[in-house]
Design a protein around this ligand. Structure first.
Ligand code: PMP
Length: 343
């Protein structure tokens, strides 16, 4: 593959051609163009417009469908993946689900390495989608048994196979530079003061944030971090020093500055404890009828913090990453929550 940094800057030719027809021609075209939804109770509480991209309405059910599609497309364009090949990735879940859908739609096999502490719903869904799932004990990135490292070694042993490497593959951020960012700019008609978002790989915040800042330097990009992650410290001090954890959130937080995070332009950071996230998602269900997942709860808490920092009259956009149905056995299970001290 071409070097990441060069690749991200080639964005003048879109990797995925998108038509504006009212009929979406297949899976790839059904990814993205999600609604921008006003969170009414949060907007009224803060005096700001709190708006959020309904990424759970992507065909694979999460924000990661965009990254999955763009990363597979990159491998095709670069000739790294030929018909009948295998896509291998280490993923906490949603990227794997997106990849499994994209692989079925395009005729590839899909092999996913995953830490064995992730939600049962995601594991079962991956298997239903036809992916081969390898559950491995959680291990830090510095450990050779880390799920990403194992995925990389496995792909290297196979013919016609790619290791997607979502953390350091800039087609991930580019998906958001070419789709999420432009959609938000159009949907807000350019009236946006801040984009607030948690980061796992950093693809969403980097790509979306860079696009929005390229349209208007006044747009502030704010990272909201869960506990047990080093990204709050990274924004504040330049070093990713881990905060006190753990957190029950899935798919967000990181101990290192990935290549996707390295191209992000971030102005501010907030830190949100799990108990605030739990109260937020419960409130969203009770007051507005939404069933959200953990990272969405963190994002909404971040949006409220941003609104309080900026003051009334601002427009703040965040991401509704996935739906609560992926967390019925955890976040939405009262007994499980009580056992975690979060009832
Ligand atoms: N929320 C969920 C539920 C996710 O699966 C992910 C992806 N790891 C994220 C948020 C973070 O997105 P990104 O990887 O683009 O930083």
């Amino acid at each position: 593959m071409t070097r990441n940094t060069d690749f991200f800057d080639q964005a003048s030719t879109p990797l995925i051609e998108r038509t504006k027809a009212s009929v979406q021609a297949g899976f790839a075209e059904a990814v993205g163009d999600t609604p921008l939804i006003r969170l009414n109770s949060l907007s009224e509480e803060t005096g700001c417009e709190i708006l959020a991209k309904a990424e759970f309405l992507n065909p694979g059910g999460s924000v990661k469908d965009r990254a999955a599609l763009w990363m597979v497309r990159r491998a095709e364009v670069e000739g790294a993946l030929e018909p009948g090949g295998t896509v291998v990735e280490g993923t906490a879940g949603n990227t794997g689900i997106g990849l499994a859908h994209v692989c079925n739609a395009r005729g590839y096999a899909c092999l996913i390495y995953m830490p064995n502490n992730q939600s049962q719903e995601k594991i079962e869904l991956l298997r239903t989608l036809g992916a081969a799932v390898m559950l491995v004990p959680p291990a830090p990135y510095t450990d050779e048994m880390n799920y990403q490292k194992q995925a990389g070694r496995h792909a290297a042993r196979l013919e016609n196979a790619v290791w997607v490497n979502q953390f350091d593959n800039l087609a991930n951020a580019r998906a958001h530079y070419e789709s999420t960012g432009p959609e938000i700019w159009t949907q807000t008609e350019g009236m946006i003061d801040a984009f607030v978002c948690a980061a796992g790989t950093g693809g969403t915040i980097a790509g979306t944030g860079r696009y929005l800042k390229a349209q208007s330097a006044n747009v502030k990009v704010m990272l909201v971090d869960c506990m047990g992650s080093g990204l709050y410290s990274w924004v504040k001090t330049g070093e990713p020093v881990m905060s006190q954890g753990p957190s029950i959130t899935e798919g967000i937080g990181n101990s290192r500055v990935t290549d996707n995070l390295a191209v992000a332009a971030v102005d501010e950071a907030f830190q949100v404890p799990d108990i605030d996230m739990v109260r937020m998602v419960q409130r969203m269900l009770r007051e507005e009828g939404w069933l959200f997942g953990t990272s969405t709860g963190i994002n909404l808490c971040g949006a409220v913090r941003a609104a309080k920092r900026l003051g009334p009259g601002h427009t703040i956009v965040t991401i509704l990453c996935d739906a609560g149905s992926r967390y019925q056995s955890s976040l939405w299970n009262p007994k499980w929550l009580a056992a975690k001290g979060l009832a």
